[in-house]
Design a protein around this ligand. Structure first.
Ligand code: AMP
Length: 374
C-alpha cells in the first residue's frame, strides 16, 4: 500500500519508519527539497496551493494523511476528494484556529484560561486592560513552538505588543501559574475504536517542548480521557490527536485541567511511545487511518524524552554522558542545524524515573550546550 503524507518533516519521517515495518510505502508532499522525510519515502517537492502538484501527488495513493498542522484546508479537501484521507478537514480546521479550539474545549466541559479575541489595536489594548497583566498574546493562526506569541508583563511590552500585533487576529490569555503541563495522546480508528496513552508531563522553554515524561498513574488521567473521548467523537476524528493542558490548583488545593491547545496529528510529547510503549503513536496513527485494530498503549518502562534543538551534539559530547546503554535508540532527523529547530530526540529508559534522573540531567546539559552553539 502507498500512503501519501502532506508534509515531509520529522513527524512524517517517523510515521514512515513505523509504517515501513508494517509493509507500507510512503510519498510526501513538501514545499522544501530538503524535507527530512525524503530519507524514508518518495519526496515530491511542491506547494500546498499548487493544485496540479497535488493532483500528481495523489496518483496511485491508497490513503492519505498529514503531518503538518498548517497545511491549507483546501489542499486537504482536494486530496480527500480523490483518496481516503484522515484526519478530515474538520479536525484540521479546528487545529489551525486557537479560537475554535477554545470553543470546542468549552463545549465538552473543559475549562480554559480566561481569554479575549482581538483584531484591532484598540481591542487589544482593551483586552489587556480587562484581563490585567501579565497576559499572553498569541496569533490565532499559524503559531507553533512559541512563534507568534509573546508575554506582556508591563506597560512597555504592552505598547510593543500593540505595535507588533495590534492589527493581527490574536487571542489574549490570562497568564496561568500552572503547577505543571500535561498532554494526552489519543487515537481513534475509522471503526470508532479509541485508545489513550498515559498522560505525559511536559517542560517547555521559550515556548518549545524540551522534556516529556509519561506518568503511569496520573490522578488526572480519567478526566483527561473523558475530554479526549468527547473531543474525538465531536470531531469524528480519525488518527492520533494530542491535547495540551495546564494543570492548576483550585481553591481547595485540588489539581484541575485547563485546556491549552489541540493538535490533530502525531505529537512531539508522544515521541516516548517509540521506546516505552507497546505500540508507538506513529504505528497507531497508521492502524487508525487504515481501520486496523489499534495496538496497546500502556507504558512498558520508565522513560524521559529529551529534545535536541538547534544542533545534534557531536559524538564526543554525547559520549560524555555516561551509560548510553540507557538510550535504546537515538532519534536524529537528518535536518541541517539551525537555531530553534527540532533536530532530534533521545528517549532515556530505565527501571524507574529516579534511576534515570542523573542521566537525564547530564543529557539535558549536553543538548543545551549544543543548542547554544547552533
Ligand atoms: P502554546 O503554543 O499555546 O502551546 O504555548 C507554548 C507554551 O507557552 C505553553 O506550553 C506554556 O508553557 C506557555 N504558555 C502559553 N500560554 C500560556 C498561558 N496562558 N499562561 C502561561 N503559560 C503559557
Amino acid at each position: 500500500m502507498l500512503i501519501g503524507v502532506l508534509g515531509g518533516g520529522q513527524l512524517g519521517q517517523m510515521i514512515a519508519l513505523a509504517g515501513l515495518a508494517m509493509g507500507l510505502r510512503f510519498r510526501f508532499l513538501d514545499p522544501s527539497d530538503e524535507a527530512c522525510a525524503a530519507a524514508v519515502g518518495e519526496l515530491r517537492v511542491g506547494s500546498f496551493i499548487d493544485s496540479a502538484a497535488i493532483d500528481r501527488f495523489v496518483q496511485n495513493l491508497d490513503a492519505a494523511t498529514f503531518e503538518f498542522e498548517n497545511v491549507p484546508v483546501s489542499a486537504l479537501h482536494q486530496v480527500a476528494s480523490r483518496r481516503p484521507t484522515y484526519p478530515s478537514a474538520k479536525s484540521l480546521e479546528v487545529g489551525q484556529d486557537r479560537g475554535k479550539e477554545k470553543a470546542l474545549f468549552a463545549s465538552v466541559g473543559l475549562d480554559v484560561p480566561r481569554y479575549v479575541l482581538s483584531r484591532t489595536p484598540v481591542q487589544l489594548e482593551t483586552a489587556m486592560e480587562a484581563l490585567g497583566l501579565p497576559v499572553v498574546v498569541k496569533t490565532v493562526r499559524e503559531g507553533y513552538d512559541g512563534k507568534g506569541q509573546r508575554v506582556v508583563r508591563d506597560e512597555a511590552s504592552m505598547r510593543s505588543a500593540i505595535e507588533a500585533l495590534g492589527n493581527a487576529e490574536v487571542i489574549v490569555e490570562r497568564m496561568v501559574s500552572f503547577r505543571r503541563e500535561v498532554s494526552l495522546i489519543g487515537v481513534r480508528s475509522v471503526t470508532g475504536e479509541m485508545a489513550f496513552y498515559p498522560l505525559t508531563e511536559n517542560i517547555h522553554q521559550s515556548g518549545m517542548l524540551r522534556v516529556s515524561t509519561p506518568r503511569a498513574d496520573d490522578p488526572l488521567q480519567p478526566e483527561a480521557e473523558r475530554v479526549g473521548r468527547a473531543i474525538m467523537e465531536s470531531l469524528e476524528h480519525v488518527g492520533v490527536l494530542a491535547i495540551e493542558f495546564f494543570v492548576e490548583r483550585d481553591a481547595s488545593g485540588k489539581e484541575r485541567l485547563l485546556g491549552n491547545e489541540l493538535a490533530p496529528r502525531v505529537h512531539n510529547s508522544g515521541h516516548w511511545t517509540q521506546d516505552a510503549s507497546e505500540t508507538s503513536q506513529f504505528e497507531n496513527h497508521l492502524r487508525a487511518i487504515l481501520g486496523w485494530p489499534l495496538g496497546r498503549t500502556s507504558l512498558t518502562r520508565a522513560c524521559v524524552m529529551v529534545n535536541m534543538i538547534g544542533r545534534v551534539p557531536g559524538r564526543e559530547e554525547l559520549l560524555e554522558v555516561r551509560d548510553a546503554r540507557a538510550w535504546p535508540r537515538i532519534h536524529v532527523y537528518g535536518k541541517a542545524s539551525r537555531a530553534g529547530r527540532k533536530v532530534g530526540h533521545v528517549n532515556v529508559v530505565g527501571e524507574s524515573l529516579s534511576a534515570v534522573e542523573s542521566l537525564v540531567t547530564a543529557l539535558r546539559a549536553v543538548t543545551l550546550r549544543a543548542e547554544a552553539m547552533a
